[in-house]
Design a protein around this ligand. Sequence first.
Ligand SMILES: [Zn+2]
Ligand SMILES: [Zn+2]
Length: 169
Amino acid sequence: MSAKHTIRRELKHAAADDTQRVLERLERTCRVRGQRVTRQRRAVLQVLLAEGGALTAYELLDRLRRSGGRSTPAAVYRALEFWMDSGLVHRMDSTRSFVLCEHPEGPHPGQLLICRQCGTVIEAEDKAVSEAASRLGSRLNFTLDVGLLELTGVCALCCARGRRTQPAS
Ligand SMILES: [Zn+2]
Ligand SMILES: [Zn+2]
């Protein structure tokens, strides 16, 4: 597995200490780029990191408020926009939710596989899929939006859970 793929996976099994370390690493990246990490921006990132999956802006706001923060929808959106511009967060149109980028080192075409049962998001970079999509676009004279291709379905864990809970036939 390449190092690029590790942020969310690290987090899934991470203790609070590790979460803090990943957060510090991301903040360092921002400082190097000359971007300021305000308290609100940090809090939003922290919630997404802890979640390890996708959240809508309102779920984010709810989590922030529950942890004692005073936040407004506008402030959450501003923070999300900052992180999207920085390339650390992706917005998924299909679910209107936000997820941490697994390869924030630079812009990347790719795919997001979204589980419609548990909300898990897997970020993939399959060149063949991106190329096939752009070939399809040009064949049909269709200018595709730039961004990640969103594919919905059911993740392996939910599949396994479904099999376990289904009555034997
Ligand atoms: Zn990404
Ligand atoms: Zn799932």
